[in-house]
Design a binder for this molecule. Structure first.
Ligand SMILES: Cc1ncc(COP(=O)(O)O)c(C=O)c1O
Length: 494
């Protein structure tokens, strides 16, 4: 049968992309034997016109079919149905490949096989959209050939910056393409910002507790760090203003949404007041937005940047937690006044972020795959989140206080005053449970009764048993005699 005799209908109200729908329909026709080997598929333009879709929709569908060897292309003649080979040779090859895996890697994996890792904030591998990304990389390589491997401009691949600008309008962030700087991960953003702005002895304000990678970057520039306590509704503004009266920081580094490590989100009033203070005391705010997209109540909290009327906010966005950390991709929105310094620091750091990865991300977002991925991880994380919340309520001893965030990956828990979370951490390791003790999140590594657990690296199936075991260990610690040995700053703990 000829495909033109078949009625192909695409569902425009469906969430699924039109090219995927088209690919699936033709695939089914081939696998069902309705389209016989060597049947010619309609020319791209003709089919696009018939279905009332863009040519690229048909191109993408045909490319997917070709990728699966369901069709073949003859230069100048068109696309034809392939002879389907049902043997499993490819699977055998794959198994052989597995045998070539470095034995030490396998040992390493086994060693951690039984560990329940609440400490890691890296997504589990199954959350990485490997197939989709592979497909997009191949499209980029077919399209751009060697250009994909040249040095990219230090500021970043222009089409990606344009795509990001459009993407940001969904979040009410307006900026020029020229304000966007591509970076090899948010950590690099923090680092080049430090190189560009901080001189020996300069002052930087941070929330307390805060992200350890930021503390390390500021310390590497010999900055003096002043820590401002964070509360459940955001940074302590009274404490902050008092410090601003005495010190002029180069910037204030904050995570207003789903803060790391606490999970706290600033109220809108606090966000606005913080912007007001930055203006009043003439300083900059560095907003580290590492997972705004992970919201469990379908409401995306506002970014500071979207409220920033006076260009006070340097916005840093990571794609690590919401996409794939190994890509090493992120971006910053920077005011014109510091653009030159940032560009120089970026160039010195790594000349440019991988051009191939930038091109692939650009196409990935343009094809709507990023949005699809965010929906998917939100669904998975929400499930993990719900199981964790229930398990905490079922098992955690009542002396433990904890905060339930509205999104993100992190939960912040506190032992009663006098107990040390480093000690809990050591006990947990012996029982194959990993947590992150609070002490590492302070610039001066104070003793802390708080600790962080994350849902990034734990599958649904192990969360309940992990929290049950953690609760047992905590009970043992509470029943031991180690109380009242330590003093804690009551402002910085729950
Ligand atoms: C708050 C925060 N900012 C930045 C980073 C670094 O992210 P990237 O992998 O994009 O360098 C992390 C990583 O854990 C983080 O937690």
């Amino acid at each position: 049968m000829n495909i033109e005799e078949i009625k192909l209908q695409l569902d425009r109200s469906s969430d699924q992309h039109l090219y995927i729908q088209l690919y699936s329909k033709i695939k089914k026709l081939i696998l069902d034997g309705i389209l016989k080997p060597h049947t010619k598929l309609p020319p791209i333009r003709k089919l696009a016109k018939k279905l009332n879709v863009n040519n690229i929709t048909v191109v993408n569908a045909y490319n997917l079919l070709q990728k699966e060897n369901l069709v073949y292309k003859k230069v100048g003649s068109g696309t034809f149905v392939n002879v389907i080979n049902y043997n499993t040779d490819t699977e055998i090859d794959y198994k052989q490949y597995l045998h070539t895996l470095d034995e030490s890697n396998i040992e390493y994996l086994n060693m951690f096989g039984n560990v329940i890792d609440f400490s890691n904030t890296t997504p589990t591998n199954d959350l990485f959209p490997v197939e989709d990304f592979k497909y997009v990389i191949n499209l980029v390589l077919d399209r751009d050939k060697g250009n994909a491997f040249k040095y990219q401009e230090s500021q970043g691949y222009y089409p990606l910056r344009e795509t990001i600008k459009n993407y940001l309008s969904n979040y009410m962030i307006n900026c020029d393409i020229s304000n966007i700087q591509i970076i090899s991960g948010a950590q690099q953003g923090i680092d080049i910002l430090s190189k560009a702005l901080i001189d020996y002895g300069d002052i930087v304000f941070t929330e307390s507790p805060t992200y350890t990678g930021a503390i390390a970057a500021f310390k590497s520039r010999a900055a003096k760090i002043i820590e401002i306590p964070i509360k459940k509704d955001g940074i302590d503004l009274i404490y902050l203003e008092n410090k601003l009266k005495s010190f002029r920081p180069k910037f204030i580094y904050v995570m207003p949404n789903f803060q790391n490590p606490t999970g706290y989100t600033y109220s809108e009033t606090k966000k606005l007041k913080l912007l007001e203070l930055a203006n009043k005391y003439d300083t900059l705010l560095v907003e580290d937005d590492y997972l705004n997209e992970l919201s469990f109540n379908n409401k995306y909290p506002q970014t500071l940047k979207s409220l920033d009327k006076n260009n006070r906010v340097i916005y840093i966005k990571s794609f690590s937690k919401i996409f794939m950390p190994g890509l090493r991709l992120g971006f910053m929105i920077i005011p014109m006044s510091i653009q030159k310094e940032i560009l120089v620091a970026k160039h010195i750091s790594d000349i440019s972020t991988s051009g191939l990865m930038q091109r692939a991300l650009d196409l990935y977002i343009k094809m709507g795959l990023f949005k699809k991925h965010i929906n998917e991880i939100n669904r998975i994380y929400k499930k993990r989140f719900e199981i964790l919340v229930k398990s905490l309520s079922d098992y955690m001893p009542k002396q433990i206080s904890y905060f339930i965030p509205e999104g993100g990956l992190n939960f912040w828990l506190s032992l009663p005053q006098g107990y040390l979370s480093d000690e809990l951490h050591d006990l947990c390791i012996k029982r194959n449970i990993l947590i992150t003790p609070g002490s590492i999140f302070y610039a001066n590594k104070i003793k802390s009764n708080a600790f962080r657990i994350s849902i990034a690296s734990v599958h649904e199936s192990v969360i309940e048993s992990g929290i049950r075991q953690l609760s047992e260990i905590i009970n043992e610690l509470l029943n031991s005699s180690n109380i009242n040995k330590y003093y804690f700053n009551p402002i910085t703990h729950l």
